[in-house]
Design a protein around this ligand. Structure first.
Ligand SMILES: [Fe+2]
Length: 261
C-alpha cells in the first residue's frame, strides 16, 4: 500500500495500472446476468447496464456525484431486487471486503478493434473523493466466455507503443486503475459480452485480495497482426479528426471529458 498525492493506492497497480488475478474457476448460472433488470446507459460502445449497487439503491447507473447530496463513488447501496437474482455475483463483489461504490453488470455488443480504439476512455472514478482516503479502482470479472475478445489498456489514448491486450475468457479477472489507463474492450462474437464491474476503494483489504489471487501486472497478451493494429490506429485517427472537425464547425471546443459511466 502506498500513498501518492494524498490518496491510498495499491502498490500492485503502480507499475502498469492493472493486475490480472487468477481466473475464477467455478460455474455461475447465466440467469444471474440474464434475468436481471438492465437500463440503457451510454458507456463506450453499444452497452446496457444492470446495477447491483447504486447511489440510493434504485435501478439506475448515474454517478454518485450527480445525486443529492453529491458524493464520491463509495458506499454504494445494494439493490435487493437485483442482488437476490445475482447472489454469486454479489458475493464476489463483496469478497475483498473493500468499500464498494457502483457495482453493475455490463452488456456489450460486438464491435471492431477500431471501434475499441475510438472508444478508449478514462473513468471519472475519484470525483469528490476526499484526500487521504483510498483511490477508487475497478474490478472486472468476465462472465461470458469471450476468448477472442480482449481488454485494450493504454497509457496514452492515441499512442500504441504501450498497449496491453488481455483476453476475456469466462472467469478472467482484472483490477484496473481506469482513471489512469485508457481502456475499452474489443468484443468479437455474435452474442453480447457480460462482465461484472465493481468500484472498490484501495486499501489493505483490496491489497490482501490482490495478493490472495496472485494479482500480477502482466500475463500473456492477446496477439494481433500488424495489419489489424495499423488499420485500427488509422481508423481511430480518422474518427478523432472527424469529431474534432464536427466541433470546430459548430464553433465549439471538443469535449474530452472522463467517462461518468
Ligand atoms: Fe470505463
Amino acid at each position: 500500500m502506498i500513498r501518492i498525492m494524498g490518496y491510498i493506492k495499491s502498490a500492485a497497480l503502480e507499475s502498469t495500472g492493472f493486475v490480472v488475478l487468477d481466473p475464477y474457476d467455478k460455474e455461475i448460472d447465466p440467469k444471474e446476468w440474464l434475468e436481471i433488470e438492465y437500463v440503457d446507459w451510454k458507456s463506450s460502445g453499444d452497452t446496457r447496464f444492470a446495477p447491483l449497487a447504486s447511489a440510493k439503491g434504485e435501478i439506475e447507473c448515474n454517478g454518485f456525484w450527480n445525486h443529492e447530496p453529491p458524493r464520491t463513488d463509495k458506499d454504494g447501496v445494494w439493490i435487493d431486487e437485483q442482488t437476490e437474482k445475482a447472489p454469486t455475483l454479489t458475493a464476489r463483489a463483496k469478497e475483498p471486503g473493500a468499500n464498494v461504490g457502483r457495482c453493475r453488470i455490463i452488456e456489450l455488443q460486438p464491435n471492431s478493434y477500431a471501434d475499441c480504439l475510438y472508444n478508449l476512455h478514462q473513468d471519472d472514478n475519484n470525483r469528490l473523493n476526499p484526500d487521504g482516503t483510498g483511490w477508487v479502482v475497478r474490478g472486472f470479472f468476465n462472465l461470458t466466455d469471450d476468448k477472442d475478445s480482449y481488454f485494450v489498456l493504454r497509457e496514452n489514448r492515441s499512442d500504441p507503443s504501450i498497449e496491453y491486450r488481455i483476453a476475456l475468457p469466462a472467469g478472467a479477472q482484472l483490477i484496473v486503475d481506469t482513471q489512469r489507463l485508457w481502456h475499452a474492450v474489443h468484443h468479437q462474437g455474435d452474442e453480447p459480452r457480460y462482465c461484472l464491474i465493481t468500484s472498490w476503494e484501495s486499501g489493505p483489504e483490496l491489497d490482501e485480495y490482490i495478493a490472495r489471487y496472485n494479482g500480477q501486472p502482466t500475463t500473456e497478451y492477446y496477439e494481433i497482426s500488424e495489419e489489424v493494429r495499423e488499420a485500427g490506429q488509422a481508423e481511430q485517427a480518422r474518427r478523432d479528426a472527424a469529431r474534432a472537425a464536427y466541433y470546430a464547425a459548430k464553433g465549439q471546443k471538443e469535449k474530452l471529458a472522463m467517462s461518468e459511466a
